[in-house]
Design a protein around this ligand. Structure first.
Ligand code: S3P
Length: 423
């Protein structure tokens, strides 16, 4: 994909539905009784992987006009899959489904693409094994493929070493099949979409600080769900609007759940002109986001804020490269085990553009404000890296040439179309 310099990005963008919420709508809908209807579902490759896994376990899922309908069969309604469950590129599909599969009465196997096969699964195997699950890695270094022999589970309290919504959700989902109350404490609060949605389906789930607990055997009942726009997708337009001269972009109905919206705080710290309009705080909070071109300055991003913007750090790194002064990102070692090693891949590609970036074990130090130019970018098939450099391409001199640019289909199939609609 080739991207050239733009000026005056103007218009309205309806970003696609939130990826995390779309996955959960399918999963919890499958385990509920009745038909769950999902509006503004994200039809990206990751969420389609989740649909296909549940279809292989006998759940009927259909598209009707602008809705996805999931004909749920209750907590114990899944069938033994005849084929391997293929999670594609999706860590969320793998880790959340593993929690569900651990408590079933059948054997299943989970696998994924080369990127997913290199991502750590010990983080879910440890708590699941502590619950008495029979879950084995067939890959090397505790990686996919996984073979799961479903069994009755024991309730535990799990103290997670990482602030990860995938780990937390995995344990809570397994907890629905356990013999008592299961709880998870994490070092910092990670995204709480599972808690919000499971509660709306009727689960008895309680949060206090960074601890969440769930009672077993909930009677989940089908829901009508409207998925807000994904702030992780909106982030690319926030950055493009701030960095490209003469821009004004209105992003409609974007999720601003505080456990996800850390990028807004960072933008404020960097001196961005961003206004929230029509905010609605019922259920999953959402608002329209108005972005205008701004002169940005460096900032420090660390600690409890990291989980609230973990997926936005690649595009924040791009913003930092164009900002005046230094930006320090620390406590973000999790970036190394995402769809790619995002610290190494961002550092390498930003340097190709002429940026001054230091790679650290758990982050980056970016000395912004150097003149940057287009380059051949290798996002290593990582959708968020590709979109981050597409944004950089709208700002810098010379063409940005992004290899395998179609990897954006994982989370935002129409990304380039939406970007060029503003130019
Ligand atoms: C997600 C949680 C995060 C995030 C991922 C989606 C989720 O991963 O990076 O894109 O939907 O629960 P971790 O739980 O590994 O932090």
């Amino acid at each position: 994909m080739e991207i050239t310099k733009q000026t005056g990005l103007r218009g309205v963008v309806h970003v696609p539905g939130d990826k995390s919420i779309s996955h959960r709508a399918v999963m919890f809908g499958a385990l509920a009784k009745g038909t769950t209807s999902v509006t503004h579902f994200l039809e990206g490759a990751d969420c389609l992987s989740t649909i296909s896994c549940f279809q292989k376990m006998g759940i009927e899922i259909e598209k009707q006009n602008d809705k996805v309908l999931i004909h749920g069969k209750g907590l114990r309604g899944l069938n033994s899959p005849r084929e391997i469950l293929d999670a594609g590129n999706s860590g969320t599909t793998t880790r959340l489904i593993a929690g569900i599969l651990a408590g079933q009465k059948f054997i299943s196997e989970l696998d994924g693409d080369a990127s997913l096969r290199s991502r750590p699964m010990k983080r879910i195997m440890d708590p699941l094994n502590a619950m008495g699950a029979d879950i084995r890695c067939r890959g090397e270094n505790n990686c996919l493929p996984l073979r799961i022999v479903g069994r009755p589970l024991t309730a535990i309290h799990y103290t997670s070493p990482v602030a990860s919504a995938q780990v937390k959700s995995c344990v809570l989902l397994a907890g629905m099949y356990a013999d008592g109350v299961t709880s998870v404490t994490e070092p910092f609060l990670s995204r709480n979409h599972s808690e919000i949605m499971l509660r709306s389906f009727g689960a008895d789930i309680r949060s206090e600080g960074t601890t969440v607990s769930i009672r077993p055997e909930p009677d989940l009942l089908a829901q009508d769900i409207t998925v807000p726009g994904d702030i992780s997708s909106a982030a690319f337009f926030i950055a493009a609007g701030l960095l490209t001269p003469g821009s004004e972009i209105l992003l409609k109905n974007v999720g601003i759940n505080p456990t996800r919206a850390g990028i807004l705080k960072v933008c404020q710290d960097m001196g961005a002109d961003i206004t929230l309009l029509n905010a609605d705080y019922s259920g999953e909070p959402a608002a329209d986001i108005l972005v205008r071109t701004s002169s940005l300055k460096g900032t420090v991003i660390q600690g409890a804020d990291i989980p609230t913007l973990i997926d936005e750090l690649p595009v924040i790194a791009v913003m930092a490269a164009f900002a005046g002064g230094t930006t320090v990102i620390r406590d973000a070692a999790e970036l190394r085990v995402k769809e790619s090693d995002r610290i190494a891949v961002m550092t390498d590609n930003l340097r190709r553009m002429g940026a001054d970036v230091e790679e650290t074990e758990d982050g980056m130090i970016i000395h912004g404000g150097r003149p940057l130019h287009g380059a051949v970018i290798d996002p290593r098939l990582d959708h968020r890296v590709a979109m981050s450099f597409a944004v950089a391409g709208t700002v810098c001199e010379r063409t940005m040439d992004i290899l395998d640019g179609d990897c954006v289909r994982i989370s935002y199939p129409d990304f380039y179309k939406d970007l060029y609609s503003l130019g």
